[in-house]
Design a protein around this ligand. Structure first.
Ligand code: 4AD
Ligand code: MG
Length: 462
């Protein structure tokens, strides 16, 4: 008999059905004659109640079952007298796949802190919290692919290893097969990467955008969704060294249309989770963030505010609020500034456009004023920047100037520049940080708690 998922059984299992269910014990309680086991296979938030008569199943076997043990339970579904569940299982036979010694199993007791659970990241998927988080994560990824598929986009798989620094920020992890000790040196005494595996200095990608642009210049609407890597030493609750990014790139879109796309896309994703993950959201809303659902509803029902960087600076300057970091035209917005705009001033997600060119990447389209670029950052409550994007510089000469201005070697980007030589077109795109979006739709406070195996400075275990 093939095993059935508990989700299916709880939804439409008919009393009288005989079947085998497999899963892990969430709790076990008992009286003299009968044990009640909550069995969970992760397919949904709820567990099924297994009723085990001590006489029928055997006292010795039941004694070996405790929280965390893995079981295959064969029995008959019966109507459940308990509230909130249609059926429970009257066990006729229990096979123990794996015991979990209550003396040493770290999740024997409930109520561990998230910090402690990070230390046992190999076991935390078994908690209610992380079960909910990972089911939502799957649904969010699915919603993203569905949105783009339904809107005529093609999923492009951009490379993970690359020779180009897409953001020009120099925060890259090197990929090399040269010996770490005594690598070959060139005449200048620097490491000779011509002898390396790829024949040039190569890194893990910080963004798939540049390659996605090559696709957009042929397929018009494309997106990437893959892991990205940043060797920035930011030990915050919003930064990972390895995170996933979604980057649509659209030919013929200008900044306005790029903002419309981003807003529609984000709203779709939030609504998808709201409608499809109700049980998990209810738990997270209760346990971690009582405003999770209302914040999601706000995003579903309200247009984002749109302001220029220049307007943002004057709002911050006139706010009378004491900020830790200085505010003045030309300086980048810090997280505290972003959150002030979103949480205190507008009380709404905000799209900030037209940043000074000096604080943004080389590929953003220069405005007529010669000082600002067609950038757009989307700021969310509780998170700050969730999306960064722009209209791209499609004019060859202007792009070349920006590349040189920023001290980037033009030879390294010859292929990117050529996109502007042959059939160039206005185009735009953006990058959504998948885990930042996860923070928004789970109410979790730390980005380490929305990814299976967080990579942060000093930590790549599990
Ligand atoms: O603003 P960023 O650096 O933009 C780009 O990489 C562009 N190439 C995107 C594009 O236009 N195609 O990064 C985009 C988003 C940020 O808004 C943030 O949500 C997320 O990626 N992000 C991070 N998330 C987690 N940890 C980090 N260290 C992140 N750095 C950026
Ligand atoms: Mg950014």
């Amino acid at each position: 008999m093939a095993s059935v998922q508990i989700k299916q059984v709880l939804k439409d299992g008919a009393p009288g059905t005989v079947l085998t269910l497999k899963g892990w014990v969430k709790t076990k309680r008992g009286s003299k004659n009968v044990n009640f086991i909550a069995l969970n296979d992760g397919s949904c938030f709820d567990s099924i109640q297994v009723v085990a008569d001590i006489e029928k199943i055997g006292e010795d076997l039941l004694k070996r079952i405790s929280t965390g043990a893995c079981l295959a339970v064969t029995g008959t579904l019966v109507e459940s007298p308990g509230a909130g569940q249609n059926v429970e299982m009257q066990a006729t036979q229990i096979e123990i796949y794996g015991e979990a010694d209550p003396e040493t199993f770290p999740l024997q007791k409930k109520g561990h802190t998230l910090e402690f659970l990070r230390e046992i990241a190999h076991l935390r998927p078994r908690t209610n919290t992380f079960g909910a988080v990972f089911r939502i994560r799957h649904n969010l990824a699915f919603a993203i692919h569905k949105y783009f598929n339904d809107n005529g986009f093609f999923y492009l798989h951009t490379p993970i290893i690359t020779a180009s620094d897409a953001e020009g920020a120099g925060e890259m992890f090197r990929v090399s097969t040269l010996p770490a000790q005594n690598p070959p040196l060139n005449e200048e005494g620097a490491v000779d990467f011509t002898q390396d595996f790829f024949g040039s200095e190569s890194n893990l990608t910080v963004s798939g955008q540049l390659q996605a642009e090559t696709g957009a210049m042929a397929l018009s609407r494309v997106y990437t969704f893959g892991p990205t890597f940043r060797a920035e030493n930011s030990n915050t609750a919003r930064h990972l060294a390895e995170f996933w990014m979604i980057e649509p790139e659209v030919a013929f879109n200008e900044l306005e249309e790029n903002m419309d796309l981003a807003e529609d896309f984000l709203r779709y994703c939030v609504r998808y989770i709201y409608e499809n993950c109700a049980d998990d959201l209810a738990f997270l809303n209760k346990m971690y963030d009582n405003e999770l659902l209302s914040r999601m509803e706000f995003v579903i029902n309200n247009a984002f505010k749109r302001i220029t960087y220049t307007e943002a600076i004057s709002i911050l300057e006139q706010s009378g609020h004491k900020f830790e970091f200085p505010v003045s035209w030309g300086l980048d917005l810090q997280s505290e500034h972003e959150r002030f705009l979103v949480e205190k001033h507008f009380k709404s997600p905000v799209i900030v456009t037209d940043y000074p060119k000096s604080i943004k990447a080389f590929y953003m389209r220069l405005n007529e004023d010669g000082k600002t670029v067609r950038a757009m950052d989307i700021l969310f409550p509780g998170i700050g920047e969730v999306v960064g994007g722009s209209q791209r510089e499609e004019r060859y000469d202007k792009l070349l100037e920006r590349v040189k201005d920023q001290g980037i070697h033009e030879e390294d980007l010859w292929w990117y520049l050529e996109l502007r030589k042959f059939g160039t077109a206005p185009h735009s795109g953006f990058g959504l940080g998948f885990e930042r979006m996860m923070l928004f739709v789970t109410g979790m406070g730390n980005i380490r708690d929305v990814i299976l195996s967080p990579r942060t400075p000093g930590n790549a275990k599990f």
